[in-house]
Design a protein around this ligand. Structure first.
Ligand code: ADP
Length: 476
């Protein structure tokens, strides 16, 4: 059984959970120790105790640990990508990309530890100087989802440690393998006892006890809106800072002046790659009438050629859905869309392949209107809907007619409309002639409205969440 890491010690518990391969449910990847309330409380106490020393560790010490970890991740890309593909179902090519991204994130934050920023200002009062500096926050609770099993933990753990915080990390139940491997790498890279703790287990037990514990000074969470709201509500009584990344219902606008090939490739990638299981997936394709029929038929043709199959097969382009619950949800939404008048133009069938996995042919639903549930609620699968519009102005209005606001894209050759969309799209990230999914790691990540709450993640902006600002006045 793979153990939890608590106060620098690998600890098993009486209860283990199996990690199952969604491409082949007969393949058990391993058994992972499940923490309970007691283990979580011990981990939080260890993180609190380790904080004073770690918060005063040298930037060089933090740099060296993060750098060593980044190097090891990159040197083990193939092995870690295979584990990722096996436990989450992401195809090998995407899994390699994700592992490489995790390595690069650690190298970025290794260097970031050395790039401290502060300000020295003259006071408005004569003879007084003012310094503005940043300090670590304290114990950070990290709660992650299953869809990026190594990259999301990396982009939360790396800045937390870089900025001198201690961590209690709870990965998603479905993907403990990458989480365990990452923590093992960091521990061997020299993270001192208590500075990084791993507690695997159910959200309702391990996650909830992190929310309820006043010693947790900050929580960074990625997952569903319902759990995000819980994190926020549980944190308010403690005046705890929170950073929440939740769902998306991301629009890709296709204007009739677009390069059709680019638009089709953006839609295909944005909507269906990574099995559509990305919070930045393009789930609403908002298409002008002048290009609608050509776009739909070209996209349906490309979709018909997508090879759905086991994640570990090199020729597979679309891996399985992550589990049976998610597959049922995807199929439900396809049925709901059809019941409300949508037309299933391509895909949408669950597939029986040689292995027992959760395979779904990516689905395209046309003839939908903005008020239908398929256009209002996040599916989180390889399912996209098309909304036909008459003009750019209508496309923009439809793009913004949603509670979500993570990412939004436009395909056009018009500088005028691209510029207007960049300015007026009510999202955190805008893409022009690019898929809505696929972001860089050295620039801010996050959204608006119900998609996100709190400061941005990633790059130098991560300091907004992982540090506290101090203003010091001195009369020399
Ligand atoms: P998803 O639909 O992606 O599984 P969740 O919000 O349920 O979204 O899960 C995201 C993360 O939140 C997971 O690590 C999960 O275990 C955790 N989680 C679920 N319920 C709670 C809770 N009550 N308190 C804290 N964390 C939770």
């Amino acid at each position: 059984m793979k153990p939890n890491l608590i106060n620098g010690l690998w600890e098993t518990t009486g209860h283990g959970a199996e990690n199952i391969n969604p491409s082949d449910t007969s393949d058990v990847i391993g058994v992972y120790a499940q923490a309970g309330l007691a283990e979580t409380e011990t981990a939080i106490a260890a993180a609190a105790e380790a904080f004073p020393a770690w918060s005063h560790s040298t930037p060089q010490q933090r740099h060296d640990i993060l750098h060593t970890a980044g190097d090891e991740i990159l040197s083990r890309t193939e092995e870690l990508a295979t584990l990722l593909a096996r436990e989450e179902g992401k195809i090998l090519k995407e899994a390699r990309g994700e592992v490489t991204r995790a390595g690069h994130i650690f190298l970025f934050f290794a260097a970031e530890a050395l790039r401290q920023r502060g300000e020295l200002r003259d006071s408005v009062r004569a003879g007084v100087q003012v310094e503005v500096t940043r300090e670590p926050v304290g114990v950070v609770g990290i709660i992650t989802p299953w869809n990026f099993p190594i990259a999301i933990p990396a982009w939360k753990i790396a800045p937390a440690l870089c900025h001198g915080n201690t961590v209690v990390f709870k990965p998603a139940e479905l993907v403990p393998g990458c989480a365990w491997a990452l923590v093992d790498i960091l521990q061997r890279a020299g993270v001192p006892p208590g500075v990084l703790n791993l507690v695997m287990g159910p959200g309702a037990v391990v996650g909830q006890s992190m929310l309820d514990d006043a010693r947790v000074d900050a929580i960074t969470f990625t997952g569903s809106q319902a759990t995000g709201a819980r994190v926020a509500q549980a944190s308010l009584p403690h005046m705890r800072r929170v950073q929440l990344e939740m769902g998306g219902k991301n629009p890709l606008v296709v204007l009739d002046d677009t390069d059709l090939d680019i638009a089709v490739e953006c839609a295909l990638d944005g909507a269906f790659f990574s099995t559509g299981q990305r919070c930045t997936a393009s789930s609403r394709l908002i298409v002008m009438r002048g290009i609608h029929d050509r776009f739909v038929s070209a996209l349906a043709d490309r979709m018909a050629r997508l090879k759905v199959g086991p994640a570990l097969e090199e020729t597979t382009q679309i891996g399985p859905v992550v589990d049976s619950t998610q597959l049922a949800q995807d199929l439900d939404y396809i049925a709901i869309a059809r019941n409300q008048g949508g037309v299933l133009r391509a895909g949408g069938d669950a597939l029986q392949l040689q292995t027992n996995g959760y395979f779904l042919q990516p689905a395209l639903i046309t003839d939908t209107h903005p008020d239908m549930r398929i256009n209002r609620e996040e599916v989180f699968g390889p399912v996209a809907s098309v909304i036909a519009v008459e003009s750019y102005e209508e496309a923009l209005a439809v793009a913004n007619a949603t509670d979500f606001g993570l990412s939004g894209g436009i395909c056009t050759t018009s500088l005028k409309y691209a510029s207007d969309f960049k300015r007026k799209a009510e999202v955190g990230m805008v893409m022009v002639n690019l898929p809505t999914a696929g972001v860089d790691y050295h620039v801010p990540f996050g959204g608006r409205k119900s998609s996100s709450f709190g400061p941005r993640e990633q790059g130098s902006y991560a300091a907004e969440f992982f540090t506290v600002v101090k203003t010091a006045y001195t009369r020399p």
